[in-house]
Design a protein around this ligand. Structure first.
Ligand SMILES: [Ca+2]
Ligand SMILES: [Ca+2]
Length: 277
């Protein structure tokens, strides 16, 4: 695990850079969901998707007493960075934190609306807040066709019990840390395909530089008269699937060919490689 160098959590001095990177001993399974980082600095005002394994709670602080940790999700709106809270005595890396309040549709509980002078009464029944145990969970913002990881939950500010309407949730702002994350985990390169398909088995590259596309050749002994499909899998070597290499098009890839003349087909497979910084 690699903790952000200037991390500090202190009741008097505040929360600073509450972020760490965890390296798994083995690659996560290919079936595990993966999310890109949110890299823009326009998070404020956006609808956010909150996830976490925190304690189940009803909106006014009554615990649900779940028998085991449960993944929950809900929505809220990123009201601001935590910077305006410095006037209220907050300390810490405030510019690098995203804050959102737990609304119940009333002005009275519109905590950040009242502080910031901009009424925002929440998103109704989907409005969600962090509870104890949600630390480390994700705050996601929508991209065109996916959700991007924009925050990691760090703490809740409010009266006891925490997680009730009017509380403020705080997530570490990922866009402030993308340089550190990139340097620590490797830089994703755009893969470039080799310009031409290899003409023969002998010319299929056995070694490939990072950032280059890879061609695989699959040969048939004789012309096919019906649909042919090929299943293939990768085996981890010095590069691990899902960690060092991402296969575009998913895994396994199945190729169907109706007529094959001449009797070989070739697959093009891009490998997006990451190199260790
Ligand atoms: Ca809210
Ligand atoms: Ca609000």
């Amino acid at each position: 695990m690699k903790t952000y160098p200037a991390y500090m959590a202190d009741d008097l001095e505040g929360y600073w850079h509450d972020l760490a990177l965890v390296t798994l001993e083995r690659s996560a399974p290919a079936s595990a969901d993966r999310y890109e980082l949110y890299r823009e600095d326009d998070e404020v005002g956006q609808l956010a998707f909150l996830t976490g394994y925190g304690e189940g709670m009803y909106p006014y602080g009554t615990p649900k007493n779940d028998p085991q940790p449960t993944l929950r999700e809900g929505l809220n709106t990123v009201d601001a960075t935590a910077e305006p809270m410095s006037a209220r005595g907050w300390k810490g890396s405030l510019e690098d934190q995203l804050v959102f309040d737990y609304d119940d549709g009333t002005i009275r509980n519109d905590t950040l609306g009242n502080i910031l002078g901009e009424t925002h009464l929440g998103v109704g029944e989907y409005e969600a807040m962090l509870t104890p145990g949600d630390s480390g969970g994700g705050l996601f913002l929508a991209d065109e066709d996916d959700w991007l990881l924009a925050g990691i939950h760090t703490f809740i500010s409010g009266d006891q019990p925490v997680g009730t309407v009017g509380d403020i949730g705080v997530s570490t702002r990922i866009s402030s840390y993308t340089d550190w994350i990139d340097q620590s985990t490797g830089v994703v390169q755009e893969p470039e395909a080799r310009s031409t398909e290899p003409p023969s088995r002998d010319s299929v590259p056995m070694e490939v530089s990072e950032g280059e596309g890879v061609w695989f050749m699959v040969e048939l002994g004789s012309p096919a008269s019906r649909e042919v499909s090929v299943d293939f899998y990768t085996r981890d070597g010095t590069a691990e699937a899902g960690y060092d290499v991402t296969l575009q098009g998913g895994m396994p890839i199945c190729l169907s060919v109706r007529r094959v003349m001449p009797p070989h087909i070739s697959l093009k497979l891009f490998a997006a490689c990451a190199h260790k910084a």
